[in-house]
Design a protein around this ligand. Structure first.
Ligand code: MSP
Length: 517
């Protein structure tokens, strides 16, 4: 028997210093749609998300609220968990960097680097942006000493730090990127990283003295320092993979052999803001520890409001849960993934949201209602059996193009193709005029053909939309007399004839459009 294919995919772990917003929801839903697509295809998926709980930003927010950092983390990690549940995120593991297991893995990882001579002690003089939790050199800074990424003021720091010899891996990393053209997707982002690597790559500060920050993981070789939050955070992917056993004796902790664990990750999904940390810091740290690199990195664009990135501190965030209250989870998921071309920026507007919602209601929802209603009316609710028609060829072709787009992470194209099939099926109804066929005693076989084909189209559409609209597609399948949503492979050959359909309320009800924000 061939081994089942396995895929390990991750989202960033979010700073739980504020509520999850539309940007966080997008990344998580994008990864979730991929996870559901793979599972539906029979792949054994391990899907990880979580929260990044240490660092200056969390410490400052806890101070501002007058609570202990861990109290803030507990409170907010639960908020993220609840949001993901409402948005039907199907993660297998929610990691928190304050977990004992993670702390032990970070310490084992740093001990490993220390013992291999990858870390040295030095003095750091430069600038720090608390919001991005990033170190910058003088030449990186924007006008007035601002953070080049977010434009906020930076802090001058002069402190004893430990450094990881990142610079020594520059050539190896460039070589890796050049010989694996698909390692960073899309191409535009890959070129950005290669551009960044044209400048000499410095070493990476990996610690902060406890005199400045105590909210972090203590370094195993100097208890007066904590690990730099980005190093701590990136290692979460390894912790959750179950590769490292920090309780085992040195040499047997899993740094040499990853078989039997989930490492290496198949796909890290993240926004373009944190591409460098994932495509430069993380792989070089792994090289330093002697571990294989993740197989692929998918970096998407930003949800913007006007010209600026949506972010809590700019006060321009959209609450995905408020949208969900109004339109339902599946509509939010559909909007986010259909509207943003994977990789580019997109702007949230209520008008676009409504336009996308209308597609669900008027094209997909309408097709489902009318087909089920006609099977009830003309065939006593039982799907007739009949040979294929021209629409069947379109069904098969759409399955192929959806798969191709999903495999290239062009999720928006995959969803557009699926919706196009629903639109064509509606057009085909008009062409075939089943209501006229029903009136014509000689056209019984034609009517069977029409209804059977449309039922097959609905089954395929349920499979195609299932990753993005899991709840509604489960509901649609129930109405089609199926006990679950078929896989893509099954959907093409499923025997739908003879199933009993049931009418129901519209899958995507018409919405009062006034006051959508
Ligand atoms: N904690 C780090 C990540 C560590 S991963 C080892 C962090 N957290 S964050 O809370 O700031 O989340 C950043 C991620 O959230 C982005 O990379 C992106 O995936 C998502 N987004 C946050 N704002 C976004 C938009 N406005 N638009 C799209 N995605 C956005 O960075």
């Amino acid at each position: 028997m061939t081994q089942r294919q396995r895929k390990y995919l991750t989202t960033p772990i979010y700073y739980p210093s504020g509520e999850p917003h539309l940007g966080h929801a997008y990344t998580t839903i994008l990864a979730d749609v991929l996870a559901r697509f793979y599972r539906q295809d029979g792949v054994d998926v391990y899907f990880l998300t979580g929260t990044d709980e240490h660092g200056q930003k969390m410490q400052d927010e806890a101070d501002r609220r007058g609570i202990a950092p861990l109290e803030l983390c507990d409170l907010m990690a639960a908020r993220f968990g609840a949001a993901w549940e409402r948005l039907e995120i199907s993660h297998d593991r929610f990691i928190r960097t304050t977990e004992a297991e993670h702390i032990a893995v970070v310490q084992a990882f740093l001990t490993r680097l220390w013992e291999r001579g990858e870390i040295y002690e030095g003095a750091y003089t430069g600038w720090y942006c608390v919001h991005e939790e990033r170190y910058w050199t003088e030449k990186d800074l924007g006008p007035g000493g601002a953070c080049p990424d977010c434009g906020r003021p930076t802090q001058h720091v002069e402190e004893k730090n430990y450094f990881f010899r990142m610079g020594r891996y520059q050539d190896a990393l460039i070589e890796h990127i050049q010989s694996n053209p698909d390692w960073i997707v899309p191409d535009m982002r890959r070129n950005e990283v290669l551009g960044f690597l044209r400048k000499p790559l410095g070493d990476l500060s990996i610690s902060r003295p406890k005199t400045r920050l105590t909210w972090g993981i203590t370094l195993p070789f100097d208890s007066d320092h904590v690990a730099y939050v980005w190093v701590d955070a990136l290692i979460n992917y390894l912790t959750a993979s179950g590769t490292i056993d920090p309780t085992a004796p040195a040499g047997q902790q899993g740094f040499g052999d990853v078989t039997g664990s989930w490492w290496p990750a198949d796909l890290h999904v993240m926004g373009k803001d944190i591409l460098t940390t994932h495509a430069v810091y993380w792989p070089t740290l792994l090289m330093g520890a002697g571990l294989p690199l993740p197989r692929q990195i998918l970096s998407h664009g930003w949800w913007v409001a006007g010209e600026t990135k949506m972010s809590k501190s700019l006060g321009n965030v959209v609450d995905p849960l408020a949208l969900r209250e109004r339109f339902g989870t599946d509509a939010v998921r559909w909007y986010l993934l259909r509207e943003m071309p994977t990789g580019s920026d997109a702007s949230y507007t209520p008008e676009r949201f409504l336009a996308r919602y209308d597609e669900l209601a008027n094209v997909l929802g309408n097709l489902a209602s009318r087909v089920i209603a006609m099977i009830e009316k003309y065939r006593q609710g039982v799907v007739p059996g009949a040979p294929g028609t021209s629409l069947d060829a379109r069904i098969a072709a759409t399955m192929g193009s959806v798969r191709e787009s999903m495999e290239a992470y062009r999720v928006h194209d995959a969803l557009a193709a699926a919706m196009e099939l629903a639109r064509e099926a509606n057009g085909w109804v008009e062409e075939r005029q089943p209501w006229a066929q029903a009136k014509d005693a000689g056209a019984a076989a034609d009517l069977d053909e029409t209804l059977a084909t449309l039922a097959r189209a609905l089954v395929t559409l349920a499979a195609l939309f299932q990753p993005v609209a899991p709840a509604k597609m489960a509901e649609l399948c129930t109405r089609l007399g199926l006990d679950r949503v078929p896989t893509l492979a099954e959907s093409g050959s499923l025997a739908i004839a003879g199933r009993r359909v049931t009418k129901g309320a519209p899958l995507f009800p018409k919405i009062e459009t006034a006051g959508v924000a």
